[in-house]
Design a protein around this ligand. Sequence first.
Ligand code: M6R
Length: 622
Amino acid sequence: MCGIVGYTGKDQAAPILLDGLARLEYRGYDSAGLAVRDGDALAEVVKATGKLYHLADKTDQGRSLPGCCGIGHTRWATHGDPSLVNAHPHVSGNCSGSGSGQVESDVVGVHNGIIENFTELKEKLLRHGYAFYSDTDTEVVVKLVDYYYKKYKIGPVDAITRTMVRVRGSYALALMFKDYPGEIFAARKDSPLIIGTAEEASFLASDVPAILKYTRQVYYIDNLQVARVAPGSVKFYDLNGDEVTLPLTEITWDAAAAEKGGYEHFMLKEIHEQPQAVRDTLNSLIHESRIDLTAAGLTDDMLRSLAQIDIVACGSAWHVGMAAQYVIEDLAKLPVRVELASEFRYRNIPMPENTLVIVISQSGETADSLAALRVAKERDAKTLAVVNVVGSTIAREADHVLYTLAGPEIAVATTKAYSAQLVAMDALAVQTAYVRGAVSQEQYGHFIEELSAIPDKIKRVLEDKERLQWFSSKIANAHDIFFIGRGLDYAISLEGSLKMKEISYIHSEAYAAGELKHGTISLIERNTLVIGVLTQSELFEKTISNMVECKSRGAYLMGVTTNGNFIVEDSVNFTVYIPKTDEHFVSSLAVVPLQLLGYYTSVNRGLDVDKPRNLAKSVTVE
Ligand code: M6R
């Protein structure tokens, strides 16, 4: 989704803003823009459609835009086409054209989020003589701030809080006021925004990588708060305009973690970082051969008292929930329901007393997951967030937080965060099973040993990547791919299929293998690729039978199975073996070849692996 950056200090702002926007490219965008002020002068606005280098070219890498205070934006279109006129920043002045150049305006701003009642607000502003040049909800907000600023002759903070009371929806806003040179005003509700400070400089950004090069000291501005940002100093206000104090947090990420480090793409780098992400996450949960969830505030008593677990998430995080469902039910004998957050939030789901709602999210900012968390809290459920980004909204609002330690994930297609989430949920399953007496001390020890061995086993799967690279070159022109499996293998198939389609644009579907006969098998044609995940010993022969049924209708078969299951080769055209592990934890290994297959297929098709079309890393709108 949209990316916001801001800078005020002693250095030229434009190159810093361009650099920050480049680090937010992973969020997905279709146009970009900058507004920079040189002292008291009006802000100069420059916008460009398409990739960021167009904006960099247009501004001579920022050199043609003098000034030490500015805001920047990458736009992922919601209201209005991706076009110059709709690109941010937007200005309050009544102008024709695209709002670029030095427009006589009191307010200029950028926005991430969606203003739901923008039509009604636009009508009000039209009645008050405002004219609009774009189709965006952002232009409406900027003009509404301007309207209150002038009507009540109040300062920026009050004009912004009045606006916040009138708008419905989500926003992170960064605004500059003509009368306040060198300052940026910001506000947020349900969209990410951080503010960093250094000596004589301050920064704003939608995410940490954009400012990590300049500072590690950040404030997480809260919902419905306003920030007044000056060089080296920041003040915060609540909706009443009263000043509030926020803690300064130190970011401990390694800056190199947000760089490509010699890999061709972030996705490939992140696939290779999985052993470390999984090891770090497990190390934070396993101490002296025991699982310890107290850092997340989960006591044994609490786990013992649970009547049900509801897992809520989107996309790959939902696939983690699907896998965890099998593991928790089998080990802890506890009912588990897995729901898509976008559905859960609008359903009136009965929740028995002592239900734990677990929201899984890499970014901690996904709009539907956040809304689902709030619904769960309204219903008095206990809530646990399994989140990767420290200080994110979901992490802050949940009763308990279990952090995955995957580090910054930049590629839109998640890999290492997914794997870290899987083992975090596995550890939760094992501990829940143990404290509820569903597994013995001996089994508990065995599960912990098996979990601890996963990072090295992932490394071994990665060593086989050349075969997958070769196979992907054979399937690069496929039209349809089906991923099938039963039980946990079905959950892995869901993730394999998403990895394939989101970055290769090849249509793919995941099916519970037993469901194929109920309709989907009619889609199988000569050479349709069917990929079977075959790791569950009690089920894999049944899945092979389903694959063979496809083969007799012309399908070409690939199987992912555990070392030793050589029988698979009798039926399947191409087999990938993964190391043996306890079958509850096999998802962590079986997913890796499927990630590599998606990755290499995208590369073979010459696509933008890290930033697939139409997608955003963090989906902060509904
Ligand atoms: O940040 P989140 O984990 O909440 O994001 C959820 C999904 O948007 C995300 O997993 C998405 O499906 C990825 N593109 C999958 O690779």
